[in-house]
Design a protein around this ligand. Sequence first.
Ligand SMILES: Nc1ncnc2c1ncn2[C@@H]1O[C@H](COP(=O)(O)OP(=O)(O)OP(=O)(O)O)[C@@H](O)[C@H]1O
Length: 263
Amino acid sequence: MALTTKDVNTLHSPVITIKDGALQYQQDAQPVLAELNMEMPAKSWTCILGRSGCGKTTLLRYLANLLADKVQWSGKLSTSNNTPLRTQVAYMAQQDLLMPWLNVLDNVLLSDKFSKKTQHTPSKTQQYEKALTLLTEVGLADKTQELPQNLSGGMRQRVALARTLMQDKPVVLMDEPFSALDAVTRYKLQNLAHQLLKDKTVVLITHDPSEAIRLAGQLYILQGQPAVAFSLTLPKAQTPRELNAESAILQQQIIQRLEQDYE
Ligand SMILES: Nc1ncnc2c1ncn2[C@@H]1O[C@H](COP(=O)(O)OP(=O)(O)OP(=O)(O)O)[C@@H](O)[C@H]1O
């Protein structure tokens, strides 16, 4: 029997809290991030904006435990389910990072090949069915045997989304996953990701204020040097929000705040 989206999203997603966080690369004289106080709610998207080079990817990579020996961190990073964050994250990058020699289905199955096997690890047949279900959900049921080079950018990011969901982690960290797509493809993929990741704690880095306003349950701007996090108040409407007059005002506020970093 094929697994449903509900089956693959059963893990309990945590609230992630940072208190007085500061981060510095080992070889640098100055910290990149300082006095960080952030709350990333469960079952919601936290969107992070900020000028190029302010430390967004650094923060995301630190949360994904990809910087362990390269940086010094001080402050508190905690999860509401008291499980180390590093064991709970899936990471989705700007580039799809698909293996060019593997077809779409095998690319999605690849994420499970490297994960630690436990007594709860699904059988090969179950994993195969799950991958097919996810590819159907992202609208690629007829592309399972294609190589990535034969897909459009939007299709490749949908494969990357299916691969991220395959990992079945409660926290999904996304670094500008939609930025290279045309406006309509981006809009559709935002909606799809919003629907499929609705039970996760999602952290999204974006350069696009309107994307953040559409998707965010919590919105931060990283600003200054070292960067601190400013929280902005969002419209009450449910996500994904339609862009309207209220969001246009917020968009203007975001741009004004971002401009301060270029002065
Ligand atoms: N491995 C590294 N070692 C030392 N410094 C680094 C390293 N990676 C990034 N930096 C520095 O840390 C700062 C923040 O970089 P980061 O990539 O996090 O910025 P960003 O906000 O994600 O930028 P962009 O929006 O352009 O992707 C920059 O000054 C960068 O040069």
